[in-house]
Design a protein around this ligand. Structure first.
Ligand SMILES: *Cc1c(COP(=O)(O)O)cnc(C)c1O
Length: 374
């Protein structure tokens, strides 16, 4: 048995023991047919999770953390003399802007408030005024705050103006139900350590094959991180161009099996149950959250630090960590907050147990309960 930790950070997530143990396999060269068959199984499963028709969409796998997907989509899907429109209301879309800056990609950084729904009128105006936008990009769940973006509406507007729609679904994929076609998504992305509850090191882009084929003619801006090259190689050889994360792939196969056993609806309800337990626990102690529940993805709660001289995040974190619960700092500049996330193989009961420990920590360090705000 491996010690079980309840990770309330926004990924990597708590995994099952069966997924952990699935990594222990005989040594194998990933160029063997046996391994290629495992890859194929994984690609099929990844498409199925987002109800993607394999005749229209494909899953392209990469070795790296989730940011590699963002890099790949942005640098590979921009035609010559066109622009990317980034709908930016959080840390992850800001990261996408930075990627554009690093590559020198023409882009519009359309900024919105971080704690309320995106202004769809502004999205439409930006597309009306910039007919050279070929790619619209945003984040589904801004993991820094838990703000949920209305991807179906954004995708519809992008398509109205003949732009491709790419969305970072790293922190919703395999948790909140997604349907590529109905949600008007051309490209989405995630990595194995979040929603599917496997290990870090495998990331994947799910996208429209016709668009990827067309991207063969777009400027090549990266060698290792090029979507078309990886797609083309996999199509030809059934495997990744460069060395895959072999053991993580086996863990992912097991995690997908467990995903389909639990089922899309039941899994989402479990995550939502965990999220509701988190919100109730925070409210019970008087904590305020950064965004109202109705704007939230149902996966991340960002709680504001109380105005109490005894509040010390590190001390509270360490107390909980020593007892098997990991909490995580916030990600909004100049604002003190911490996050509790509903990812992973955890249940509402784990959250009850967490709040027992968390409350003990507050009492030990003399933080007033209910917590105080000015
Ligand atoms: C976790 C996450 C990523 C990837 O982050 P890595 O640190 O590279 O794994 C990207 N986008 C979102 C929205 C995420 O939550």
């Amino acid at each position: 048995m491996v010690k079980r930790n309840v990770l309330l950070n926004p990924g990597p997530a708590t995994t099952t023991d069966t997924v952990k143990m699935a990594q222990v396999v005989p040594d194998i060269c990933p160029r063997e047919k046996e391994f290629v068959a495992v890859m194929r199984e994984i690609e099929d499963g990844l498409l199925k999770i987002v109800h993607a028709d394999p005749s229209v969409y494909t899953a392209v796998l990469f070795c790296g953390s989730g940011t590699i997907n963002m890099d790949i989509c942005l640098n590979s899907l921009l035609p010559q003399d066109k622009k990317i429109l980034i709908l930016n209301n959080g840390a992850y879309s800001s990261r996408a802007v930075e990627i554009c800056e690093y590559y020198g990609l023409e882009h519009i950084n359309l900024k919105f408030a971080l704690n309320q729904p995106m202004d769809m009128g502004a999205v439409e105006r930006a597309l009306q005024e910039n007919p050279d936008v070929a790619l619209v990009y945003t984040t589904h769940n801004e993991t820094g705050t838990g703000l949920l973006n209305p991807i179906r509406e954004i995708g519809a507007i992008a398509h109205k103006y003949h732009a491709v729609f790419a969305v970072d679904t790293t922190s919703t994929y395999a948790m909140r139900p997604i349907d590529m076609q109905k949600d008007n998504i051309d490209f989405c992305m995630a990595s194995a350590q979040k929603g599917i509850m496997a290990m870090t090191g495998l990331s994947f882009v799910i996208g429209n094959k016709a668009v990827i084929e067309a991207s063969a003619e777009y400027p090549k801006r990266s060698y290792y991180c090029n979507l078309y090259m990886q797609y083309e190689y996999a199509k030809e050889h059934g495997e990744m161009h460069f060395t895959p994360p072999v053991q993580v792939i086996y863990a992912t196969r097991q995690a997908l099996k467990e995903y389909f056993e639990e089922g899309e609806t039941a899994k989402w309800e479990r995550h939502l149950g965990v999220f509701n337990a988190i919100c109730d626990g925070l409210a019970g102690l008087g904590f305020r959250t950064y965004i109202p529940k109705e704007y939230s993805s149902g996966l991340v709660a960002a709680a504001l630090y109380p105005d109490d001289e005894n509040w010390d995040f590190i001390k509270i974190h360490d107390y909980c960590y020593e007892r098997g619960f990991t909490i995580y700092p916030g990600k909004v500049e100049k604002m003190g907050m911490f996050r509790l996330c509903a990812l992973g193989a955890i249940t509402a009961k784990d959250i009850e147990d967490f709040f027992t420990v968390f409350e003990e920590a507050l009492r030990k360090y003399n933080v007033a309960i209910p917590v105080k705000y000015k």
